[in-house]
Design a protein. Structure first.
Length: 223
């Protein structure tokens, strides 16, 4: 091979390596939120990026529209799968953190169903943080409330009985999942007379304790 060609190849590989981040936060927004960063995770994301250098954000591309057929969540989970698979090809050492809010939590759940923890893609996922998960499973490792306690750990999500879109059991055993359910949030607790009119499902992005609970977990898993 010509020396100039070798030099060009080396330069190209160096540039590709420099373009890789140590980790990427993959953010799946909730129903009705505009394409971009979810308000539910904004503070949490800022805290992680400040604490752990060389990170980036990817906002899942999907409609986030009301849809009982779950077509929108299928689009989102496919986008996550594509992003991770492409990333592993170009940046094989890069790690990923999955963040899902409300419908976005379902998107993340479905992505995890495609990636067992022991798969190449699964091993690249360092942490998963859910907020307002409609498929919240009761009494699982990683279940916490908005104060990072356990008051909502035994709750069953409002959509849990409707389909099988929950986090796969194998993922809970890894210790890489944190599922935050705000006290009074009927979406992750199941609706009843006491919470049907509660606004708790909208509080996540305005709670410093939620941000600290999630960011602390992520920083630990990336460490």
């Amino acid at each position: 091979m010509h020396p100039l060609t070798l030099a060009t190849l080396a330069s190209t590989l160096a540039l590709a390596s420099a373009a890789c981040n140590d980790y990427t936060l993959i953010n799946a927004r909730g129903t009705g939120e505009l394409q971009g960063e979810s308000i539910g995770f904004r503070t949490m994301i800022d805290q992680v990026l400040a604490a752990v250098p060389n990170g980036s954000i990817y906002n899942v591309v999907y409609p986030a529209a009301p849809d009982i057929t779950q077509q929108t969540t299928s689009i989102g989970s496919s986008d996550i799968a594509r992003f991770i698979q492409t990333g592993l090809s170009s940046c094989p050492q890069q790690r990923y953190v999955l963040l899902g809010y409300s419908q976005g939590a379902t998107v993340v759940n479905r992505a995890l169903q495609a990636f067992p923890p022991t798969s190449r893609q699964g091993q690249a996922i360092s942490a998963v943080v859910q907020i307002g998960n409609p498929y919240h499973l009761p009494d699982r490792r990683g279940n916490v409330d908005d104060m990072c306690g356990t008051s909502t750990a035994g709750a069953s999500g409002a959509l849990l009985a409707t389909s099988d879109y929950e986090v796969p059991e194998g993922w809970y055993g890894t210790g890489r999942v944190r599922d935050i359910c705000y006290e009074g949030d009927g979406v992750c607790m199941g609706f009843d007379a006491g919470n049907v009119f509660s606004g708790s499902h909208l509080f996540y992005g305005f709670s410093q304790s939620v941000a600290d609970c999630g960011s602390g977990f992520i920083v630990e898993k990336l460490g």
